[in-house]
Every structure is written in structure tokens, then in C-alpha cells.
Write a protein that binds this ligand. Structure first.
Ligand SMILES: [Ca+2]
Ligand SMILES: [Ca+2]
Length: 213
């Protein structure tokens, strides 16, 4: 194994600390029976319900046929899951979650929504779920796939530092549909891998220098 001089190791560790983002991974697993962890349906719709499924240990969402609203948000604000999905989210890299579609259910269209609770809502389009479990991954980049849903005044970089509500937006029209949501997570890269990456970078620079002599 290559031996690095102490100076290179120190540079690598410092680089790793500099690029390691603030914040820590959080995964909501709905492990407590009868506890929605503060998640709620953001739109009033008597056809739509959000409950805790104590058997699956997940959020159960369901809408009966003939909804007048046609869609809803499975939403987390500051009261939900200890407030992990609101505030300055600019240090995070992605959101991921699992969504289950019941066998006899209509496949709703899905988007991930970030809202400042006042003026601006950015959405990320997702593929419609298939029957059974579907895994979704949403990069918090503001790049391809993201758009300003209501043409609000906040740019992506302004919104991501001031998120008031994170939600899954479902559109189902007048169809009946139902399923589950579980393992809703907000993630940053592992600090350990960043340090290793910085060490590899520092090692590479050292090797280039030696070769250049
Ligand atoms: Ca669970
Ligand atoms: Ca249970």
C-alpha cells in the first residue's frame, strides 16, 4: 500500500471536512402504531384519508371514487417527523421513499413537492406507480425534472433554503385508489466516503507531483 506523508493525509482530512455537508440522514419509518408522525393531507377532501397502517408500519393513503378535488398532498411540515423535512435543505443531496399501490387501485400521477408555505412550489415529476412496492429517488438539485409548479417568485436556490413543506403530490381525478408510503428519507453522502474521496484526490495530486519530477 502506498504510504502518504503526513501533510497529504492532513490535506485530505481537511478537504473531507470542508466538503462534508451540514445535516444528517433522516428516515421516517412509521414504526409506532397509530402514529402518523405529524404527516397530513394538505387539501381538504372528504374522499381522501391518511392513516397509520399498524400491520405494515407505514402511512396508508386512500381515496374513494368520485373525489371533487382530484388530487392531494401527503405532506410533512414543521410538525412532522421532528421537522426533518423543512427549513434549509440545501445541505442535502436527495430524497427517497417507497410507495405501495394496492392491487385494485388506479395508478395516480406522482410528483415530489417543495413549498415555502407562502408563494412558491417546485415539483419533481415521478413515474406512475405499479402494483406493489415502488422505490422513488429525487435529487435535490433543482436541475432536470424540477420545475416551478406555480410560477412563484422564489428561485430553486431560494426555495431550497426555506422549505416549509415537503410532500408527495398525487393526482387521481375521480378514480378510487389506495396504497402505502414508507421509508421517507432525506440524505447526504456519507462523510466517511467524502474523506476517502478527498484522500484519493490528495494522493492523486501527490502521485502527479512525483511523476513530474
Ligand atoms: Ca415502516
Ligand atoms: Ca405495527
Amino acid at each position: 500500500m502506498r504510504k502518504y506523508p503526513p501533510a497529504v493525509l492532513i490535506v485530505g482530512v481537511v478537504l473531507g471536512m470542508l466538503v462534508a455537508p451540514a445535516g444528517a440522514n433522516y428516515i421516517e419509518t412509521w414504526s409506532d402504531d397509530e402514529d402518523l408522525e405529524g404527516w397530513y393531507a394538505a387539501l381538504e377532501d372528504p374522499n381522501f384519508s391518511l392513516t397509520h397502517d399498524d400491520t405494515a408500519d407505514a402511512l396508508r393513503w386512500a381515496v374513494t371514487e368520485g373525489s371533487e378535488v382530484g388530487g392531494n398532498y401527503i405532506a410533512a411540515d414543521a410538525n412532522a417527523s421532528g421537522g426533518h423535512f423543512v427549513g434549509d435543505l440545501s445541505g442535502y443531496s436527495w430524497i427517497e421513499f417507497d410507495l405501495y399501490l394496492d392491487e385494485d387501485a388506479y395508478a395516480p400521477s406522482l410528483e415530489l413537492s417543495l413549498f415555502d408555505l407562502s408563494t412558491t412550489e417546485w415539483h419533481y415529476g415521478l413515474t406512475r406507480p405499479s402494483v406493489g412496492w415502488n422505490h422513488y429517488f429525487v435529487p435535490l438539485s433543482g436541475g432536470a425534472g424540477w420545475y416551478n409548479y406555480n410560477s412563484g417568485p422564489l428561485s430553486w436556490s431560494q426555495l431550497i433554503q426555506n422549505v416549509g413543506e415537503t410532500s408527495i403530490f398525487l393526482t387521481y381525478g375521480k378514480n378510487a385508489t389506495s396504497g402505502l408510503v414508507d421509508n421517507f428519507a432525506i440524505m447526504v453522502p456519507e462523510p466517511g466516503s467524502l474523506v476517502l474521496g478527498a484522500l484519493a484526490l490528495a494522493g492523486g495530486l501527490f502521485w502527479r507531483r512525483r511523476r513530474g519530477r
